[in-house]
Design a protein around this ligand. Structure first.
Ligand code: ZN
Length: 126
């Protein structure tokens, strides 16, 4: 499962960061997940719950924020959200179109491609 390895990387990064503090407990972890990563929020939550067991992260709340896909066009200078089309009739899932909505040139993706830790709320020792 894609989500498990992504979550393992994120959790390793979080634990590394936490080494710098005297952490009593971790309250909340907020992740930003780009819509182009194909990572499912539900699967990420599940992976987090399983993998946080018996670690400093156990019992903490996981918040997942989705990041919309944004693009930049070198041809006409367009910068902003990508257009998208529905992935199917019975789904809210949308697939971004990676060409410029103004001039149809190829674009550079500027947001929505990565999965990262946005914030970690901890309780520190006095
Ligand atoms: Zn353009």
């Amino acid at each position: 499962m894609h989500e498990v390895s992504a979550m393992a990387d994120l959790m390793a990064a979080i634990k590394d960061e936490l080494k710098r503090y005297e952490v009593v407990s971790v309250k909340k972890v907020t992740l930003t997940i780009g819509k182009l990563t194909n990572l499912g929020a539900e699967q990420m939550e599940f992976a987090y719950e399983i993998m946080s067991r018996d670690s400093i992260l156990e019992g903490s709340e996981l918040v997942i924020e989705e990041e919309d896909v944004e693009i930049g066009c070198a041809e006409c200078g367009y910068e902003g959200p990508a257009e998208s089309f529905a992935a199917g009739e019975d789904t809210d899932c949308r697939i971004p179109i990676l060409s410029c909505p103004e001039c149809r040139s190829a674009v550079t993706v500027t947001a929505g491609m990565t999965c990262r830790v946005r914030s970690v709320e901890i309780e520190e020792a006095d």
